[in-house]
Design a protein. Structure first.
Length: 60
């Protein structure tokens, strides 16, 4: 899910379907996400990233 409030306030939430959102998995997903942000020369400070699983709601 993505919510864009401005160019410097972008909220992204990944909901993991096939595994629990353990701390290890969360860090792995964050690493991949921020590596992609860097590859596209985007400002990583513009993003608020949350990782959840099916037990988490769509809250921000």
């Amino acid at each position: 899910m993505v919510a864009v409030y401005s160019s410097d306030d972008i909220q992204v939430k990944y909901v993991l379907e096939n595994k629990g959102a353990t701390e290890f998995v969360q860090e792995e997903v964050k690493s991949i996400f921020y590596e992609s942000v860097e590859n596209y020369n985007l400002d990583s400070n513009s993003f608020n990233l949350k990782i959840g699983d099916n037990n988490d709601g769509p809250d921000w």
